[in-house]
Design a protein around this ligand. Structure first.
Ligand code: NAD
Length: 299
């Protein structure tokens, strides 16, 4: 069994970006600028946004964090996004989800200029992804594809089971794995809360992507010998022995499943860091499309 080390792979991606940004800056080119909007003070969201801002600093991007109280009106939030859409100094915009109940995430996502949609959630972005056209790939599935690429994990002709059908993880993941691009060409089964015989389906999988948000859901008897296991889940579990008061749990029973797997991602340190690295790549791409003449977009 080999650990798929997301920290290592993410660092390699960030190091590459840092070098490119430094060279471009030295030649007088624009440096990518990401704007993150955080509404309210959800603990997990605070952590994710802080990690994104820190990654920007690491690779040499500009970043701006706009914070709003949870009580902000939808009108004010949408107005801010429209201003950022029109701001030539801004390359990428992300609004950290979830949003308070009185604000429609759909309305907010739809308001972001697709050219700055580095989270890859806008309907036009998703449509292009499904059609196999160049676009921004949502950061978590993109990060997983980059991890498969980093470890050269064969997906062609394999049976991949994706558990979870959310718009930000499960569904785009199934599109990428079943697509004809690199690290695609798998036969994909997408499972969700109404799937019958989930255990039997998983047991036939060469690759399992668990993205349901149920700690330790994937057990040893659901996994085929030699399967590749990608654990997307991150759930905070109260733990008074930790300084933070919680520990993170993935959707896979790691201790029981790891001995059977050929490759497995840990939580933390697997998909999480790759998500951030993928966001950095999308932000770089947004800037490159706008400012870097003759720059070859590889993804
Ligand atoms: P979501 O709640 O939007 O979707 C969960 C999906 O799981 C749904 O499609 C649902 O049908 C399915 N599901 C729920 N219970 C099920 C069951 N018993 N059997 C089969 N399917 C079931 O969640 P999400 O936003 O896709 O996130 C999933 C997990 O991934 C969460 O733990 C989240 O925190 C984590 N996540 C991690 C990253 C990262 O960077 N590592 C990024 C995004 C989400």
């Amino acid at each position: 069994m080999q650990i798929l080390d997301g920290k290592l792979a993410a660092q390699a991606i960030k190091d590459g970006l840092k070098l490119e940004v430094a060279q471009l800056a030295a030649n007088g080119k624009e440096v990518p600028h990401l704007v993150a909007i955080l509404v309210g003070n959800n603990g997990a969201s605070e952590t994710y946004v802080a990690a994104k801002v820190k990654a920007c600093e690491e690779v040499g991007f500009k970043s701006t964090l706009i914070r709003f109280e949870a009580s902000i009106s939808a009108f004010k939030l949408l107005d801010t996004i429209r201003d950022l859409n029109g701001d030539p100094e801004v390359d990428g915009i992300l609004v950290q989800l979830p949003l308070p109940d009185h604000i429609s995430a759909e309305e907010v996502i739809n308001c972001i200029d697709p050219a700055k949609d580095v989270d890859g959630f806008h309907p036009s972005t998703v449509g292009k992804l499904v059609l196999g056209q160049p676009t921004y790939i949502p950061a978590t599935p993109y990060g997983i594809m980059l991890l498969l690429e980093y470890y050269k994990i064969e997906t062609k002709g394999k049976h991949a089971v994706v558990i979870g059908r959310s718009n930000i993880v499960g569904r785009p993941m199934s599109v990428l794995l079943s697509g004809s691009g690199n690290y695609g060409n798998a036969t994909v089964t997408i499972c969700h809360s109404h799937t019958k015989n989930l255990k039997e389906i998983c047991a036939t999988a060469d690759i399992i992507v668990a993205a349901l948000g149920r700690p330790g859901f994937v057990k040893e008897d659901m996994v085929k010998e030699g399967a590749v296991i990608i654990d997307v889940g991150i759930t905070r579990i109260d733990d008074s022995s930790k300084k933070s008061g919680y520990r993170l749990s993935g959707d896979v029973d790691f201790a029981a499943v790891a001995p059977k797997a050929s490759f497995i991602t840990p939580v933390p340190g697997g998909v999480g860091p790759m998500t951030i690295a993928a966001l950095m790549k999308n932000t770089f791409k947004a800037c490159a499309l706008k400012h870097y003449d003759g720059f070859l977009i590889q993804n």
